[in-house]
Design a protein around this ligand. Structure first.
Ligand code: GDP
Ligand code: IMO
Ligand code: MG
Length: 429
């Protein structure tokens, strides 16, 4: 299957990085198609932890070529820092291995300042963004005034950058936020960014050719289905298209690339969300603390990008069915099943009540979620530590039942189960 698209089926942080790293063993190219360094993807290999924000997670395998597509927004300083960290961990980052689309947009210090100022201005209705400048960068893209990777190579880039910073200062002053020192910021930005020129390639053409040759392209989604700008819980969403079809437009691939594509939805065995917005199955108190963890383990539920504690809850079957539909998922991979070991009873939301009516779908889309009360099905838990299990038949019966119920609700097969953050802590069904 030459194109494999990996997407988050929930609100992000499902373990996409860990799954992409695993699948990348069989891929030639690993390509990010949306978002920027709001993403935090964790890869764990032999106890070594890589926290990736911009570089695709497949980079840890030395045979892969990592691609950053036109759908991305790139903060150059973060990218250069990430490249340096990877190099010092022994990962080769040469221009032959990392290719950036000329049409990818740039995030500037002004976008970050505007993100923070706009969040402050929203007051109690703040979205809880990551503060990485994602929204303002996509705003400039839609307004057709953004700066792109290709602009780096043009002689008037410095002039355009300064004009952009001055324009942002006008908005910052309207928001009563501190203005930027245009000359200092411009100089620091120009010093950094010139180093990226060597990495710019026609990735759209390169990936189309790779697929024609029968090579495997692994598209790595960032964020998750319910954070999608159109299909998520608007306005509590990110500013990019996160769902699987965006892998085509975000990499410059045509519809023919989607024919027979494998579309993998990564599903955490429970549910988490960072930032504000509706979350019908959210838990509070002791059970929430138990699922979140204390922060003592690297996999506990604290944001990879911001360190914020994640909100936690039971798996939501209605939202999962919705994710299957809007992404066209052909299979599910379930992560963090190990975290549920030891819980006496597990719950799965199978439907909602809205105004005394029973609903199993989201007729009005996820915007209506705030008024939905979940209806639960209870399943018995299991006590055994399952982190060493490597085949279906070794899973406790109740863990098998839990997974079977998820697959039945989603009407989609589960193809792999992850039981720990390490590359090998996974098995196929
Ligand atoms: P992503 O944004 O979807 O790539 O996910 P994150 O990396 O932000 O968060 C997932 C966290 O769970 C990371 O710390 C992973 O190392 C960890 N993780 C992934 N799969 C598993 C698993 O099956 N079990 C456990 N215990 N941790 C996992
Ligand atoms: P990965 O790829 C979880 C959330 C933020 C906020 C909303 C908008 O690691 O799964 P933004 O900064 O994008 O404008 O914030 O989206 N958010 C994520 N939540 N995982 C992510 O990425 C996220 N990226 C953004 O918390 O609620
Ligand atoms: Mg993450």
């Amino acid at each position: 299957m030459p194109l494999i698209i990996v997407v988050g089926a929930q609100w992000g942080d499902e373990g996409k990085g860990r799954i992409v790293d695993y699948l990348a063993a069989g891929a030639d190219f690993v390509a990010r198609y949306n978002g920027g360094d709001n993403a935090g993807h964790t890869v764990t290999v032999g106890g070594k932890i890589f926290r990736l924000h911009l570089v695709p997670s497949g980079i840890v395998h030395p045979h892969t070529i990592a691609v950053m597509g036109n759908g991305m927004v790139i903060h150059p300083h973060t990218l250069i820092e990430e490249m340096t960290t990877l190099r010092s961990a022994g990962v080769s980052i040469a221009p032959q291995r990392l290719h950036i689309s000329p049409a990818a947009h740039l995030i500037t210090p002004a976008h970050r300042a505007l993100d923070r100022a706009q969040e402050a201005a929203r007051g109690r209705s703040a979205i809880g963004t990551t503060g990485r400048g994602i929204g303002p960068a996509y705003m400039d893209k839609a307004a057709r005034r953004g700066l792109r990777m290709a602009d780096l190579l043009t002689p008037n880039f410095g002039e355009r950058l300064r004009a952009h910073l001055q324009e942002a200062n006008r908005t910052l002053s309207l928001l009563d936020a501190p203005e930027l020192d245009v000359e200092t910021e411009a100089q620091a930005y120009l010093d950094q960014i010139s180093r990226l020129a060597l990495y710019i390639r026609d990735v759209s053409g390169e990936l189309a050719l790779a697929l024609q040759r029968g090579q495997t392209v692994l598209a790595e989604g960032a964020q998750g289905t319910l954070l999608d700008l159109d299909h998520g819980t608007y306005p509590y969403v990110t500013s990019s298209t996160t769902v699987a079809p965006a892998a085509l437009s975000g990499l410059g691939l045509g519809m023919n690339a989607a024919r027979e594509a494998r579309v993998v939805g990564v599903v955490k065995a429970f549910l988490t969300r960072v930032g504000a917005g509706p979350f019908p199955t959210e838990l509070q108190g002791k059970l929430a603390e138990r699922l979140r963890g204390t922060g003592a383990n690297p996999w506990d539920e604290f944001g990879t990008t911001t360190g914020r504690p994640r909100r936690v809850g039971w798996l939501d079957g209605v939202l999962l069915r919705y994710a299957v539909r809007v992404n066209g998922l052909t299979e599910l991979i379930v992560t963090k099943l190990d975290i549920l070991s030891g819980l006496e009873t597990l719950k799965i939301c199978t439907a909602y009540t809205v105004n005394n009516t029973h609903v199993c779908d989201l007729p009005g889309g996820p915007d209506a979620l705030a008024s939905c009360t979940p209806l639960y099905e209870e399943l018995p838990g299991w006590k055994e530590d399952i982190t060493h299990v490597r085949r279906w038949s070794d899973l406790p019966k109740n863990a098998q039942r839990y997974l079977e119920r998820i697959a039945a609700l989603a009407e989609t097969p589960i193809k792999m189960v992850s039981l720990g953050p390490e590359r090998e802590q996974i098995f196929a069904l």
